[in-house]
Design a protein around this ligand. Structure first.
Ligand code: FMN
Length: 200
């Protein structure tokens, strides 16, 4: 099986919903399986540390997850039009992988959730691509042949899946958001299999 890393941070669960849908899309491709991982929060209080194992959900990512997986879906809530600090903090710890080229040539996509519809989904997605480009990853988006891009009145962008969660994070994942997230997972898995020489 070819593992695809779905790595995300989610404080209130909205980005996590997208991560799980992308993982479904990956798992629907024969020969591919999603490896769901999260990252711990960071704190302005330096003494604060997170437990080694999260109280619920998938385990925290280790750097070897990046090395072992054939592709990456990276997710973050939008914070001030950008990725959340825990995701950036994790990425800032990947210097050894940058130096060794561990991620070079692997396909990647990005996803996000926002409280408001026009609160910066695209800016967050674009900003998340930057460190992945430095790593030499092959960035994937969604083509308009995915018809949900034409019909969505919530999230879902050509730059990657997204979710409009409303300010209370209680907005349901819409049909278009769900279809686009799963399509992204499928496309990422198929690309990873092709690039690694396996059959997609
Ligand atoms: C510090 C902070 C900054 C935020 N900035 C934005 C923003 O720029 N635009 C927006 O629409 N929502 C913003 N939000 C709301 C989150 O993006 C939204 O609640 C998201 O769905 C949370 O995802 P999660 O449930 O995966 O944690 C912000 C939330 C926090 C805590």
């Amino acid at each position: 099986m070819t593992d695809i890393l779905v790595l995300y941070y989610s404080r209130h669960g909205s980005t996590r919903k997208l991560a799980e849908l992308i993982a479904h899309g990956i798992d629907s491709v024969p020969g591919a399986q999603a490896r769901l991982r999260t990252v711990p929060p960071v704190s302005t209080v330096c003494e604060a540390t997170a437990p080694d194992i999260p109280a619920d959900g998938p385990p925290y990512a280790e750097l070897r997850d990046l090395e072992e997986c054939a592709g990456l879906a990276l997710g973050s809530p939008t914070r001030f039009g950008n990725m959340a600090a825990p995701v950036k903090y994790f990425l800032d710890g990947t210097v050894a992988q940058w130096l060794s080229g561990a991620l070079t040539g692997k396909p990647a996509c990005v996803f996000t959730a926002t409280g408001t519809l026009h609160g910066g989904q695209e800016t967050t997605l674009l900003s998340m691509m930057l460190p992945l480009l430095h790593h030499g990853m092959l960035i994937m988006g969604l083509p308009y042949s995915e018809k949900g891009l034409m019909t969505t009145t919530s999230g879902g962008t050509p730059y990657g899946p997204s979710h409009h969660a409303y300010v209370d994070n209680r907005g349901p994942i819409t049909d278009d958001e769900s279809a686009l997230a799963m399509a992204m997972g499928r496309r990422l898995a198929q690309a990873a299999l092709r690039l690694s020489g396996a059959h997609a």
